[in-house]
Design a binder for this molecule. Structure first.
Ligand code: SF4
Length: 674
C-alpha cells in the first residue's frame, strides 16, 4: 500500500491536505492529512468517498462524438487524435470566417488546481477569443463588495477562532460548506465561546449553535445597520480604532444609522426587538468577535449592500485589530502569485466579455460575431447557471460547436458535439492555494488517469500546439509552470522556493497582525468614494427592492437555495453512496404552507413561476419560515422528478459585481402533474 500526499480539488474553502492510500493502482481510502492543522486529519463525509468518484463506473473512458440530437446524450467513441484534429479544424474555420471572438472557452471551479484550470483559460487568452467573466454565478458580488470595503486582501485567519470570544456564522452553513472551520468553532465553543448563526434556515449548523437568528431572506444589511445603531446608542464603539483605521463612519452615523432603530429593524428582518437588542449587546461586549461571512446572503438583488454592512461591523468595535477578531470572506487575495504567466501568457489585454451567469443570453443573442465555438471544462452550467432553461436552449443551437471536457457525461456534456474524458484531481498533479484558509501545497497524482482520460493541462497544451501557439508555457512541465507562478511573487509567498514545494506538504501563508486594508484610502471604508464614482450607494443601506416587491405580489413563496450536505456540487452525483445519503432531490416547506396547499410530506410537487416548472419531492419541516421554499443542492435532472431548480432563477444581476440573484426568486408550489 502506498500513501500519497494529495490536495482536495473540489470547490470548497477548506482545500484539505489529504493522504490517498493506493493499492494495485486503485485509491482504496482517502483521509485528511494531520500535517495540515486546519484539515487536522479528517476529510469531509463527501470526499471520504472520492475513491468511489475516481473509480466510478460512470466515468468517461474515451473521447465521444455526438450521434443524436443535442441534449439527448447519444454519442460514439472515437480517438483522441481524431477528436483534437476535429476541434482544431472547426476552430480554425470559425476564426477564419468570424474571427477569434466567435470562440469562447473556459475552465471553472470543479478542479481548483492553479495549473490545470489556469492553463485552459490561458489557451483562450492567447487565442484572443471572447472571454468569460467567470464566477458571477458564485462569488463576484461578495468579492466586489468586500473589495470596496476592505480591499483586495484576505480576511481573518479561520484558525484564529481559537482566540475569539464570540463567533458569528452569518449566511453560511458551516457544517455543509466549511466543516474544518466548524471543527475549530466547536473547539472554541467547548471552551465557553458563544456561537451565533444568522441564517433564514435552521440548518444543522444553526441547530448546533448557541443561538440561531432566523432572519428574513434579504434583510441582512438592515440587521447589521441595526446592530451599529445600538452600538452607537450604547457607547459600544471603539472610537480610537474608528478614528485611526476607518473612513466615513461619522457620515454613516449621521445619515444612515438613525433610520435603523431596533423597532424598524425587527419589522424588516422578522426578528423580535429583544433579539436585535441582545445580539447587539453580545457583539458590542465582545472584544475579539469573529464573523464568518457567508456568500448565501449576497446571492440576491441587494447582496453587495448586505456584505458591506456585515463586513463593517468589526470596524465599529475594533475587532479587526485584535487576534481572533474580524471577518472572513475569502483568503486567496493574500496569495500573490504570478498567475498571469499561466492564465495570460499572450493575447490582447482585452477582448469581448461574456458574463458567466448570462452565458445563455450571450449564446442566443450576441452578434458581430455570434459565438460559434464553445469549450467548457470543470463546469456544468446547464445545471448550475441561473435561467438554466435558457442556457439549454442556447446549447441546443445546431450551429454552435460545443466541446466539453469532463470526467462524466454531465447534463452540459449531453449538449456537446465532442466530449473529452477528463482526469480527476486524484489522477493529476497540481499546485493549490486555498481560498478559505491560509495554506498552499503541491498535490501529487495518486493513480494513473482512468482509461483514456487526460488532464485539463494536457488538453490545453495539445490544443495550443495544434493551434500553432508558441508561448513556452504550453510546452512546459508542471514543475516548470510552478516556477513561473512564483516569479516575482509577493506578500506572504514572497521568497518561496518552488522547487521545495513538491515535497514540502502544506505551507502556512497567513499574514501577520490585524486585518490589512487595501482600499484606495488604505482604511476600512464605511463611505466608499470608489462606489460613489461608479454611481453606487457609497454607504451601506437597506431599501426594499422594487422588483422583488413586485414579484412577491404575484408569487407567494420565496426561494432559498443551499448546498446539500452530501451533494454540494453536481460533481458528487456520480457517487451513489452520497446520492443515497442526500436523498431524493427535494424542496422543503413550512407545515403551514404545505397545509394551505393540501400537500403532504413525501409527495411529488411542482415548483413554478414565469420561467418554468420543475418537479421535486416535498419535505415538510419548520426549519424554514412560512413564505419560503428551501431547495438544497443543485441536483441534475435525471435525479429529480423533473428539471433542476436553477431553471426558475432569472439571470438578473446583483447590486454590485454583476452576480447571480438566486434568492431573489419568487414562485409557488403545487401537487405534481406531468
Ligand atoms: S471539506 Fe472541502 S476541501 Fe475538505 S475534503 Fe471536503 S470538500 Fe474537500
Amino acid at each position: 500500500m502506498q500513501t500519497i500526499r494529495v490536495v482536495c480539488a473540489h470547490d470548497c474553502p477548506d482545500m484539505c491536505s489529504m493522504l490517498a492510500h493506493v493499492e494495485g493502482g486503485r485509491v482504496v481510502r482517502i483521509q485528511g492529512d494531520p500535517a495540515n492543522p486546519l484539515t487536522a486529519g479528517f476529510a469531509c463525509a463527501k470526499v471520504n468517498r472520492d475513491h468511489e468518484l475516481v473509480h466510478s463506473t460512470q466515468r468517461l473512458a474515451t473521447p465521444l462524438r455526438r450521434v443524436g440530437p443535442k441534449g439527448e446524450g447519444k454519442f460514439q467513441p472515437f480517438g483522441w487524435d481524431e477528436a483534437l484534429d476535429q476541434i482544431v479544424a472547426r476552430w480554425k474555420a470559425i476564426i477564419a470566417k468570424d474571427g477569434p471572438l466567435a470562440l469562447l472557452g473556459y475552465a471553472y471551479s470543479a478542479h481548483q488546481g492553479q495549473l490545470n484550470r489556469g492553463l485552459v483559460n490561458g489557451l483562450f487568452h492567447a487565442l484572443g477569443t471572447s472571454r468569460l467573466q467567470a464566477g458571477t454565478v458564485c462569488d463576484t458580488c461578495c468579492e466586489t463588495a468586500w473589495d470596496f470595503t476592505v480591499g483586495p486582501v484576505g480576511g481573518a485567519d479561520p484558525e484564529s477562532v481559537a482566540q475569539s470570544d464570540l463567533i458569528v456564522s452569518w449566511g453560511a452553513d458551516l457544517m455543509a460548506t466549511n466543516v474544518h472551520l466548524w471543527a475549530k468553532v466547536e473547539d472554541a465553543r467547548k471552551k465557553g465561546v458563544a456561537v451565533i448563526v444568522v441564517d433564514p434556515r435552521r440548518s444543522r449548523t444553526a441547530q448546533r449553535a448557541d443561538w440561531h437568528i432566523p432572519i428574513r431572506i434579504g434583510t441582512d444589511a438592515a440587521l447589521a445597520l441595526g446592530l451599529m445603531h445600538i452600538l452607537v446608542r450604547d457607547g459600544l464603539c471603539d472610537a480610537h480604532y474608528i478614528a485611526n483605521n476607518t473612513v466615513g463612519f461619522d457620515r454613516l452615523k449621521a445619515e444612515v444609522l438613525p433610520r435603523f432603530a431596533p423597532a424598524r429593524v425587527a419589522e424588516i428582518t422578522g426578528l423580535a426587538v429583544s433579539d436585535v437588542e441582545r445580539f447587539a449587546a453580545l457583539y458590542g461586549q465582545a472584544k475579539s468577535s469573529f464573523i464568518r461571512l457567508g456568500e448565501g446572503m449576497t446571492r440576491l438583488a441587494g447582496g453587495g449592500q448586505a456584505l458591506r454592512a456585515v463586513a463593517l461591523l468589526p470596524g465599529v468595535t475594533g475587532a479587526y485589530g485584535r487576534p481572533g477578531g474580524g471577518a472572513l470572506l475569502l483568503t486567496a487575495a493574500s496569495c500573490e502569485l504570478n498567475y498571469n504567466a499561466i492564465r495570460k501568457p499572450s493575447g490582447p489585454d482585452a477582448t469581448r466579455l461574456v458574463n458567466h451567469l448570462r452565458l445563455g443570453e450571450a449564446l442566443l443573442e450576441m452578434r458581430d460575431p455570434p459565438i460559434r465555438g464553445l469549450f467548457i471544462a470543470s463546469n456544468n452550467p446547464a445545471v448550475t447557471n441561473p435561467d438554466a432553461g435558457k442556457l439549454r436552449r442556447a446549447l441546443a443551437r445546431e450551429d454552435l460547436f460545443t466541446v466539453v471536457h469532463d470526467p462524466f457525461l454531465s447534463v452540459t456534456a449531453r449538449y456537446a458535439d465532442i466530449v473529452l474524458p477528463a482526469a480527476t484531481y486524484l489522477e493529476t498533479e497540481d499546485f493549490y492555494r486555498s481560498y478559505g484558509s491560509y495554506y498552499m501545497q503541491w498535490g501529487h497524482r495518486a493513480v494513473a488517469p482512468f482509461a483514456q482520460s487526460r488532464s485539463n493541462l494536457e488538453v490545453a497544451q495539445a490544443l495550443a500546439a495544434r493551434m500553432g501557439l508558441k508561448d513556452p508555457i504550453f510546452a512546459m512541465s508542471p514543475e516548470a509552470m510552478l516556477r513561473e507562478l512564483f516569479v516575482d511573487a509577493t506578500g506572504t509567498v514572497e521568497g518561496t522556493d518552488p522547487d521545495r514545494l513538491r515535497e514540502a506538504g502544506p505551507i502556512r501563508i497567513a499574514p501577520k497582525g490585524g486585518q490589512h486594508f487595501r482600499t484606495a484610502s488604505g482604511k476600512l471604508e464605511f463611505h466608499s468614494a470608489a462606489m460613489a464614482k461608479l454611481g453606487l450607494p457609497p454607504m451601506p443601506d437597506w431599501h426594499p427592492d422594487p422588483q422583488e416587491e413586485a414579484d412577491a405580489r404575484r408569487w407567494p413563496l420565496r426561494l432559498l437555495t443551499a448546498p446539500g450536505y452530501f451533494q454540494s456540487h453536481t460533481a458528487y452525483s456520480a457517487v451513489t453512496f452520497l446520492r443515497t445519503r442526500e436523498g431524493e432531490p427535494c424542496c422543503i416547506l413550512h407545515p403551514d404552507e404545505a397545509d394551505a396547499r393540501g400537500l403532504t410530506d413525501g409527495q411529488r410537487v411542482r415548483l413554478f413561476n414565469d420561467l418554468g416548472t420543475v418537479g421535486l419531492v416535498l419535505r415538510v419541516s419548520d426549519e424554514v419560515r412560512p413564505g419560503v421554499v428551501l431547495v438544497p443542492g443543485q441536483r441534475p435532472d435525471e435525479e429529480a422528478v423533473s428539471g433542476t431548480i436553477n431553471m426558475l432563477c432569472s439571470d438578473r444581476f446583483t447590486d454590485v459585481g454583476e452576480g447571480a440573484t438566486y434568492q431573489s426568486t419568487f414562485l409557488d408550489v403545487a401537487a405534481w402533474r406531468a
